[in-house]
Design a protein around this ligand. Sequence first.
Ligand code: COA
Length: 371
Amino acid sequence: MPEADSRSYSPGLEGVLAGETSVALVDGANGRLLYRGYPIGELVRHGTYAQVADLLWTGTWPDRAHLACAPLTAAVEAVLRELPPTAHPMDALRSAISTCGAENATAWPPTIEQARSLTSLAPSALAAFARLRRGDEPIAPDPDLDLAAGFLYQLNGEAPDPAAARALDAYFITAAEHSFNASTFTARVITSTRSDMASAVVGAIGALKGPLHGGAPTEVVNQLLEIGSAERAEQWARETIARGERIMGFGHRAYRAYDPRAAALREVAEGMAGTAEWLQLAVAVEDVVLRVLAELKPDRVIKTNVEYYAAAVLQGVGLAPDLFASTFAVARHAGWTAHTLEQASANRLIRPDVRYVGPEERPLPAVGARA
Ligand code: COA
């Protein structure tokens, strides 16, 4: 009989230190998010996604940066054409990145060039799939446009409204990185085996696809459609909680204060044309929900999270709700790839221990019967 394992175990690895990072700080108690030391609010107000991606990859803030969408290779386009139009856009994005990895066998260790190339392919692949599934031909990227504007251009086939492009760029900044979340940790585990960057990103997309990780902003839209008017919000919130259901866009594992990304995106949404009516409803419902949650869940601090106002911005720039999660994945490429670079720079194979709770050693039934 082996000795009982007395080491502590934390389900979901909650509270376990699983690495060290200098890419981002999530300070949940104080509602702070810093990329390489810079507060998210300042990055959204004064930076671009291209600058933020460079910052995440290199650690240095560039005065200016340009990151255009990359053209699809023939193989990536062929794969996207083969997918059924009903495929989940996350699956289409994952297949595109996987194909790209198969075409350009990326060597160890991962490089910033690889990070740049995967990050700039992702929006082109998603836009191409969004067009193909509705029977339209993909559009070649405009090299003068940055990633968010270029994504809108390839989706819609016309020059994007500058305010919409700026709003989506701001969303991309808030979605770029969030430390050791499930998808980033997945990417780091894959990198720790000395596997390539494309494989790490493919695994990360798989992890983000799960409804506990990506996916909430689509639900926020459905929720507001269901509520319909500010007057109905209180009754709706009380009934939802009484049924033991979650209100989407509220609560977070790490934040006990207002999610700083929600604050930054609310500011962005307020500056957008055409969102006024939606935003008015969202703000009124938020006030009611926060009050009801504080009353009915007094033991837990539950505040607005990033997804609540992400929904307003993504809807405001005209994205179909079923593209929200995959658009989040496109933006997260900068963070995932920054973490693969960091993991590779001081690599140790990630291989945790596990407590065995199965049966003791025993003979196979047939062998036991013969004895
Ligand atoms: N609506 C209603 N109740 C909520 C809630 C929400 N959005 N978020 C947490 N709670 C309640 C739970 O019901 C639970 O109450 P109980 O102890 O009375 O059962 C308590 O708060 C703790 O919940 P738990 O799931 O342990 O907290 P967590 O911190 O691990 O949860 C989330 C984090 C994000 C999974 C959770 O807040 C949630 O499901 N939110 C809605 C989905 C969402 O917006 N996701 C996007 C996250 S960025």
